[in-house]
Design a protein around this ligand. Sequence first.
Ligand code: 5RP
Length: 260
Amino acid sequence: ETRLVSCVGFTMSARGLIEQAKRLAARRAVDDHIKDGQIVGIGSGSTVVYVAQRLAERVKEEGLNVTCIPTSFQAKNLIIDNNLALSDLDVHSKIDVTIDGCDECDADLNLIKGGGGCLLQEKIVAAASDKLIIVADYTKDSVYLGEQWKKGIPLEISSIGWKVVERKLNDLSIAWGSKTGLASVRMAIKKMGPVVTDNSNFIIDFNIGDLEEELRLKLPPKEIEVQLKSIPGILETGLFVKMAKQVYFGQNDGSVKTRA
Ligand code: 5RP
């Protein structure tokens, strides 16, 4: 965190570089994809803050007219705080473009999402969108899912029977050949109780562990998703398989790399 890196003529902390990368990715994505008159899905997380800010700038500067659909309580507040037009899925069941963040993106544009616990609404909004555009910093760019994101796959689950789901997931990871797999309900600060989502559900972080390459190749993200969705009580998974159209990764040298 304290490492100082020389960047475009001045030094910045590693955290500062990541923040700059998020901002650059968000601004580029908004400028490349958002057009006047569109219905725009607003994702959740810290990178999307810059998406809302850039949209607000364009509303002021060019009179851009967009209607925004939130993916979470946080996103709704972002829309309101940036004076953007707020609507919802009941009014607009079809969205032109959604811009969201991710926790990890693989070489095939598969994503892990839900680090912030908003994955259920995020996936519904993504599924309603003609285009899902992802904005991230360079630390999220992986060859395969789980390469860098070690916290596991976030799963939104029913609060009823959460212990059953936890047990079934642990059995599943053993069946998959994992020696270190672990499913655990996400706890709030000081472990006083579970994190409760915007939809009054719990989150399980399902860490499959580091599978040997041979086992990993037998378990592509789609197969994992199908098996997870077959467990009663799992409402949605943070695996977004082949949903993203394009991903923008802000780099630590001030450039933006895209994958489509
Ligand atoms: C929330 C998400 C976020 O988009 C994801 O966690 C990335 O967040 P950040 O931009 O803060 O790194 O999926 O559920």
